[in-house]
Design a binder for this molecule. Sequence first.
Ligand code: NAP
Length: 337
Amino acid sequence: MLGSSGCAVSSLALGTMTFGTETDEGAAHAQLDRFVDDGGTLIDTADVYGAGASEEIIGRWLAKVPASVRDRVVLATKGRFSMSPEPNGAGLSRRHLSKALDASLARLQSDVVDLYQAHAWDPLTPIDETLRFYDDAVRAGKVRYVGFSNFTGWQIQKAVDECRRSGLAAPVTLQPQYNLLVREVEWEIVPACESTGLGVLPWSPLGGGWLTGKYRRDERPSGATRLGEHPDRGVEAYDRRQRVERTWAVIDCVQAIASRRGCSMAQVAIAWLAARPVVTSVILGARTLDQLKDNLGAIEVQLDAEESAELDRVSDPSAADYPYGGPGVEQRSRTLL
Ligand SMILES: NC(=O)c1ccc[n+]([C@@H]2O[C@H](COP(=O)([O-])OP(=O)(O)OC[C@H]3O[C@@H](n4cnc5c(N)ncnc54)[C@H](OP(=O)(O)O)[C@@H]3O)[C@@H](O)[C@H]2O)c1
């Protein structure tokens, strides 16, 4: 289900951040066709992806598919990041979001989106202003469900409490980065989702491609890869992960399990994530149709208890100290102290 809502969704979702940039319109439509042919329903985009191009590409696809396919799609988008250099061209204010939502609907050639997500917290807008805007959008029939993305634990709890106190449409999902290389969300953010009933829609399930084994310990990225294409940003991001020993231990472990099973590394990484209890639907990302086909194959992979335990152990970011590890854990326990 889509988090705490009554809306059913596929356990793998199609992310569309590459549409209109790395992936041209023809290739993007081929990905969308393949995704729904395989039974996928949840499609995730955002106004900022390709500066509106991703939503436009999806809108033109929605306009041409049969009504039965259109009806099956559960459409998710986001607003918050900068769509113009004007002072109100970004943020979670009513002023920005009312324009941003209408612009997203126009690009998507849709009267309503199923899930409208706050792309990130806005420190300048009181959260009740945002939540009231969302509630009005639900009542106006432009939005069916509300979700958050990239919120921290206290931000989730504060917003959910405000919705309950004021009887406003409450969020049903959170979209955080979550994968075998980024598990720190389990310290505070995942528990906040469990406590408030939000389903988790993880982004970057392959850590942006790292978990396919394409980046090497002793070789700077090059060529048509997310990091190789952007010499400055890419090298900086590569260096940040390259120097963490755990990165390579995780990649080796994913590789070993994939070769034992005869499946791809991407499928192992996605299967691990899809099996986490809090996860509603894993948002896949692909530059090419072949990558998408590979990733969709994860649906056939069920890791056994030993494989999952191996991956859990090697990817554990182990908060060694207070407040999430060591004395912090002891102080919260009724049995230890
Ligand atoms: N809410 C947010 O703030 C946020 C942020 C980021 C993403 N998202 C959402 O999450 C979706 C997925 O994120 P992501 O694209 O970062 O996911 P990801 O799966 O971690 O990375 C996808 C990238 O990895 C490479 N790749 C994917 N499958 C592959 C395969 N089978 N073999 C080899 N390489 C493969 C491709 O890059 P190259 O070919 O270029 O190497 C692809 O673009 C996005 O489309 C978007 O909808 C949300």
